[in-house]
Design a protein around this ligand. Structure first.
Ligand code: ZN
Ligand code: ZN
Length: 430
C-alpha cells in the first residue's frame, strides 16, 4: 500500500518549513518583475497538445519524448505544460492583450511537467519563474530581461552565477548555417547517436546540445553560428552586448548554447552555476521572434526567460545562504479546565485580530503536553490560565527564553499589556 503514502517518482512535496523559503524567493522575483512593469499571468496546467507541438517544436526532445499527453474524455489530446512560454503566448493572443500597447510584459510562476530520468536537480514536476515580453525587437529589450534575471540572482545572494550568451540568428542566416552543419555532421554520421541521426536532416542544430558524450565531441568541432550571422543579426547581437556592458553585466559568449526549444531566434542565454562541482543551468532564455507567427497570428517579436525554482533553492542551500524561516508563535496560552480553555481561545482571538501569531490548546491535553507543544512550535511567550487567574483577572506571562515572568491583564488591557511587555523585551535585546 506504499503507493498511497508515496508521491510519484520525480515529484516533490514542499512542506511548510520549506515553502517559507519559496515565498521569500517569489517575493524577490515579484519585486524585480514589478520594477520592470511585468504583470503576473496565470494560465492552465494543461493546454491542447498542438500548442506545444507548434511552439516548442515537433523535433525537440521535450515534445518527442517528455510530454505528459493524454486523451481526455471528449477524445481531445491534452498535454500538461512542459514549459511556461507557450501558454502565456496563447493567452496573450486569445485575449488580445497586445491591443493595450506594446511591449506586453508578463511574469509567471508555474509548475511544469516533463517525463525525464529523475535525478538531483531534475524533476518530472518542477517549478519555474518566467518573464515574457512581446512586441519589441529592440536589443535593449533583450538586455532588460537579462538584467532582470541577473538582478534576481544578486538579490538572493547567490554567488558564482555566470551569464553565457549566444546568438542563433534569424531564419535567413540560420538556413545557411544549417546547411553547413548538415555537411559537417554528415561527415561524422557514424559517430552520432541514433536520436541525432534522426535530427541530422530535420534539425541539425539540436545535435549541438545532445547530452551524449560522443555527439558532444563531434559537436565541439562543428561550425559556429556566430560566423554565419547576417548583418542585421550581427548588429543586434553587438547592441545587446553593448547594453549589457553599459549596465555592468558581465557575460561570456558561448557558441554552444542553442537552447533545447525550436522557437528561439537571435539572442539565447543561460545563467550557469556549479552544483556539486558540475555546472547546471539555473535560468535560460532568449528571443523567440518566430513564436507568435508559428501560432498562426501576425508576426510579433517576443523574448523572455525561465528560472528553475528547485535548482535555485538547491544552489542557495549548497552555498549555505540563509533564507528566513517561519516566524515563530508569539504567545501560547495554556489552560486548565473548561472556562479557562474558552478564555484562552477568546484571548487568542484578540491577538489574531490584531495580527499577532498566537495559539492555544484545542486538543484538551494536560498542562505538561500543552507546554511541550508550546516548545515545539517555538512560542516566545506563554501564559497558563486556571480558575485562580480567571478570578484575579490577570496571569503571569512567561518569556520562554529567559524564564522571566510579568503580569498581564486578562481584561480590556490584555492587548496593551502584551504589546508593552514584548516591546520592552525587544528593546532590551538590542
Ligand atoms: Zn540573421
Ligand atoms: Zn546525439
Amino acid at each position: 500500500m506504499a503507493i498511497l503514502t508515496q508521491a510519484p517518482r520525480g515529484t516533490e512535496d514542499i512542506l511548510p518549513e520549506e515553502s517559507v523559503q519559496w515565498q521569500v524567493l517569489e517575493e524577490v522575483m515579484r519585486g524585480e518583475a514589478s520594477l520592470h512593469g511585468f504583470g503576473e499571468i496565470r494560465t492552465p496546467v494543461f493546454e491542447h497538445t498542438e500548442l506545444f507541438q507548434r511552439s516548442v517544436g515537433d523535433t525537440t526532445d521535450v515534445v518527442q519524448k517528455e510530454m505528459y499527453t493524454f486523451l481526455d474524455k471528449g477524445g481531445r489530446s491534452i498535454t500538461l505544460r512542459p514549459e511556461g512560454t507557450a501558454g502565456a503566448a496563447r493567452a496573450m493572443l486569445e485575449h488580445g492583450v497586445y491591443n493595450g500597447g506594446l511591449p506586453v510584459k508578463f511574469y509567471y510562476f508555474t509548475s511544469c511537467y516533463r517525463y525525464e530520468k529523475a535525478q538531483k536537480g531534475r524533476l518530472r514536476e518542477f517549478h519555474q519563474f518566467g518573464a515574457e515580453m512581446y512586441g519589441s525587437a529592440a536589443p535593449l529589450a533583450d538586455a532588460e530581461v537579462i538584467l532582470m534575471a541577473r538582478s534576481i540572482f544578486d538579490r538572493t545572494g547567490l554567488s558564482g552565477v555566470s551569464l553565457e550568451l549566444n546568438s542563433i540568428g534569424c531564419p535567413e542566416c540560420r538556413a545557411k548555417y544549417t546547411e553547413a552543419l548538415k555537411a559537417y555532421f554528415g561527415e561524422h554520421r557514424e559517430e552520432l547517436c541514433s536520436t541525432c541521426l534522426d535530427r541530422l536532416d530535420r534539425n541539425p542544430m539540436r545535435i549541438l546540445d545532445c547530452k551524449s558524450p560522443e555527439c558532444g565531441r563531434v559537436a565541439a568541432g562543428a561550425p559556429r553560428m556566430l560566423d554565419y550571422l547576417c548583418d542585421d543579426c550581427k548588429a543586434h547581437f553587438e547592441s545587446v552586448k553593448e547594453a549589457l556592458t553599459a549596465a555592468g553585466v558581465e557575460y561570456t559568449v558561448n557558441p554552444s548554447i542553442v537552447r533545447g526549444l525550436d522557437y528561439y531566434t537571435r539572442t539565447v542565454f543561460e545563467f550557469v552555476c556549479e552544483l556539486d562541482g558540475k555546472p547546471i543551468t539555473v535560468c535560460g532564455g532568449g528571443r523567440y521572434d518566430g513564436l507568435i507567427e508559428e501560432l498562426g497570428c501576425q508576426p510579433m517579436p517576443a523574448l523572455g526567460f525561465a528560472l528553475g525554482m528547485e535548482r535555485l533553492l538547491l544552489l542557495l542551500r549548497q552555498q549555505n545562504i540563509e533564507l528566513p524561516s517561519e516566524e515563530p508563535c508569539e504567545l501560547f496560552i495554556a489552560s486548565l479546565g473548561a472556562p479557562a480553555k474558552m478564555a484562552a481561545f477568546r484571548l487568542c482571538d484578540t491577538l489574531w485580530k490584531s495580527g499577532v501569531k498566537a495559539a492555544c490548546d484545542v486538543n484538551d491535553r494536560g498542562l505538561k503536553a500543552q507546554m511541550k507543544y508550546a516548545d515545539k512550535i517555538g512560542a516566545k511567550y506563554s501564559i497558563v490560565l486556571g480558575d485562580d487567574e480567571l478570578a484575579a483577572g490577570k496571569a503571569d506571562m512567561k518569556n520562554m527564553e529567559t524564564g522571566e515572568k510579568k503580569k498581564i491583564s486578562l481584561g480590556e488591557n490584555f492587548l496593551d499589556d502584551f504589546l508593552t511587555i514584548t516591546t520592552m523585551d525587544e528593546d532590551l535585546s538590542f
